[in-house]
Structure formats: C-alpha cells, structure tokens
Design a protein around this ligand. Structure first.
Ligand code: GLU
Length: 427
C-alpha cells in the first residue's frame, strides 16, 4: 500500500498524540482489512483551520498574538462535533488527533456526527474573567464561518466551561442576527443548555462500572477507586463512584494528590476544592506524591486529566484491575501492549468518556426542537446508549479475542467505512 504520509503523519500534524492516534488506527485498519483508499482518507483530517489573532491583556501593556485551531476530521456522518481546549501547549497535531478520536467515539455510540476539535494555545489558569471573555469572543470570530448548528458544533473540553460556551453562543448569535443555541453544547441551561450535561461524562463513565465489575467477578460496593484529575470529568465520576458505594481512596489535580484509605467524602472534598482551588491541603487525607497516584494499590483507576500519562514505563507497575479512561488519550500504545499481556481491563476513552458527547447530542436535538427533556429521561437514555455500546464492544472483544480498545475502534471505524462506501466519491 502506498501512502504519502508515514506513520508519524505529515509534518504539519506532527505531535506525539497524532502519532499515537495514527498508529492505533493503522493497527485496527489492518485487522479489519480496511480498503486502502478509505484508510488513506481517514488517517488525515478533512479540514483544518489555523488562526492567529491579537489578544489584549487587562493591563493593556502588550498585545499578544495567540494561535487557535479548529479541525474537522470527517464530514461524512453529518455535522462535526467536538470540544475546544484552552491549554499552553495545544498544537495542530494534538487537535487533529483528538478530532479523529471524536469520529470514532461518535461512530461507536451511534451519534450522527463526524469528529472535530478546537484549541487555543494559552494558559487559561492565569486569565482574568474579562481576558477569558475577550479571548473567547475573538477566537469565535476567527472560526465563525467554519461552525454552525448544521456544520460543526463545539463544546467544552480541557480548560473551557459552560461560561466559555455561553460567550461563544452569544458572539455567534450576535453576528448572525438571531439567537442560535444549537451552535454549541455544554451551555448553561438558562440559554438552552441541557440539564445533566455538566455531570454527563463522569456519570456515564461510572454507569459502565457494574458491567465491568461483573465481567471481572468483582463487587462494585467497596471497590477502591483512584481518580486522576478533579475537573469536569473526575469530580463527577468520583461523586458517582461514592454514590455507588465505592471507596474513592485517592484523588489528584494540578495542585497535588491526596490519599485516604477509608475513602473520601466527595461532597466535602468538592467544597474544599471550590474554596481552595485544588485538593492540596485537604485535611482529611495524607499527602501523596502525584507520580505515585497511578500505581497505588486499587481496584479501579480513572485517569481523568490529560493525555499520555499511562506509558510503557509506569504501566507494568499499575495495580488496578480495570482502567476507565475519563481523559482523551491517557494511555499510550506501549502501555496498551503491557495491559494486553497482563490482563488489566482498559475501557477506552472513546467508550468510557462518550457520555459527554452523548448528552451534547441530546442538547443539540433539544435546541433544534425547542423542546426540553426531563433529567430522568436524559439520564436513562444516556445509560442505555453507553451500556448498549459497552455490551457490543464486550461481545466483539470476546468474538475476536481482542482488548476493548481494539474492539471499540473496530466498531467505530467499520461504521464510518461503511458510510463512506455507501456515499461513494464525488466527482
Ligand atoms: N470534549 C468532550 C469530548 O472529548 C465533549 C465533546 C462534545 O460534547 O462535543 O468528548
């Protein structure tokens, strides 16, 4: 097969995460005998927009030039969908890799979207509220022709939240001359956001645990859970875990890591974090070296922070029986190899954290119909969609003798390939 890109991807997209995404895709493409032409198309994003724009700090002494990105991996399945991250090291390759992962994620759970992702290269933690608002409005203007309710629908990701989505929606609406809630999901409910969107990723993740636990002949109640990251995903996953009777014994965030063998009171920890901007210093706990968190003795590990944290180096020391990936891309291909050998069950990101985009889909549907559902309906439909996907993936894994990531990718990629073949080529 001849491709004009090597395994590392073309130089424009070169980044460790893009390399991981392509290696992972190629491996599965080989296993399902994917048509060479379709493989070549799916390895690359269909549309990538790179912008630079001026950004004025509050003190107005200098104007910075900031990079922004929006990548749409695949147009075939419907509009594109995916979050926007604000991070100091975000780059085109990382955004392209995450857009590709969104394609497989939406396809796996059966949503009518292709994958997209956006990013702004900036450290959001040092921005004032007005700086963040100016940055968001200007970034929105830079990508305004690229997005829309039937084109590409952003959502929150690392470093962005409901308020950022509200500013994006307001900027877009102001410019087109009428209110358009369906341009973005993860908004506050007061402007057309969905109830239960904020908790969706963490709740969805934990709704998979009973099936995973029974697969491993392990009880849910009393199981010891370790959570890396206490943001939008980790916090609600930890809360759901403790509501299910698990013991959350260690939690970390950018300020540090804390450990308590008896299990945390998550509501109390969340209150502390809200007041102190981090877990560091929480009194009902021992301090822990964050580097040791992933290798603590536990039953379930939830990486819910950044990508690339579980590597070939630390994977052999991980003691959890199951890993539920709240973050996107937390496990490298080398670590996956270790887990395939030693039998640690990894529920991959495209399945485990798909609750976020699933409730985003509900939000978009509700906005388009101007008809809003009850929380009970949303939670029930979320559970049903995720658990159906999990049981299909478990069946496929057993049938093909593979791990869950491979099975999930097989299903996600197959559905996209079928759609591409059915649509054919223009001209
Ligand atoms: N950023 C989330 C993800 O990676 C949600 C995307 C969305 O809701 O569109 O899945």
């Amino acid at each position: 097969m001849s491709l004009d890109v090597d395994a590392a991807g073309p130089s424009e997209l070169s980044s460790p995460l893009y390399r991981e995404a392509v290696v992972q895709f190629d491996r599965v493409a080989d296993m399902i005998n994917l048509d060479d032409n379709i493989r070549a198309r799916l390895r690359l994003p269909q549309r990538s927009l790179v912008v630079t724009f001026p950004f004025r700090r509050d003190d107005y002494e200098a104007v910075d030039t900031v990079f922004g990105y929006r990548v749409q991996h695949l147009q075939t399945m419907g509009p594109t969908k995916g979050g926007i991250r604000y991070a100091p090291d975000v780059n085109l390759g990382e955004v392209a890799a995450l857009a590709m992962l969104m394609t497989w994620k939406c396809s796996l759970v059966g949503l009518p979207f292709g994958g997209a992702k956006g990013g702004v290269r900036i450290d959001p933690t040092v921005l004032s509220r007005s700086e963040k608002q100016r940055l968001t409005r200007r970034y929105t203007m830079e990508i305004i022709n690229f997005i829309g309710p039937d084109k590409d629908i952003p959502a929150p990701d690392m470093g962005t939240d409901e308020q950022v989505m509200a500013w994006l929606m307001d900027t877009y609406s102001t410019h087109i001359g009428h209110t358009e809630p369906a341009v973005v999901t993860g908004k506050p409910p007061s402007i057309g956001g969905s109830i239960a969107r904020r908790e969706a990723t963490g709740r969805g993740l934990m709704s998979l645990l009973p099936t995973i636990a029974s697969h491993l002949s392990m009880p849910v109640a009393g199981s010891r859970v370790v959570v890396q990251g206490f943001g939008k995903v980790g916090r609600y996953a930890a809360l759901a875990a403790s509501e299910m009777g698990c013991k959350v014994i260690a939690v970390s965030d950018i300020t540090g890591a804390v450990h308590n063998d008896a299990g945390f009171d998550i509501d109390d920890l969340a209150r502390f974090v809200a007041e102190n901007r981090g877990v560091n210093g929480y009194r009902h706990a021992d301090e822990l070296d964050p580097a040791e968190l992933l290798t603590l003795d536990c039953d379930v590990l939830l990486p819910a922070a950044v990508g690339g944290v579980i590597t070939g180096e630390n994977a052999p020391r991980i003691k959890a029986r199951a890993i539920l990936e709240g973050a996107n891309g937390p496990t490298t291909a080398a670590a996956d190899e270790v887990f395939r050998e030693n039998g640690v069950l990894v529920v991959p990101d495209i399945l485990a954290n798909a609750g976020g985009v699933t409730v985003s889909y509900f939000e978009w549907v509700q906005d388009l119909q101007n008809y809003f559902w009850s929380e009970a309906e949303i939670v029930a439909r979320l559970r049903e969609i995720l658990n159906r996907a999990l049981s299909e993936v478990l069946d496929m894994a057993i049938q093909k003798g593979t791990d869950l990531r491979t099975a999930a990718l097989m299903k996600g990629i197959r559905r996209v390939a079928d759609a591409k073949l059915a649509r054919g080529m223009y001209p």
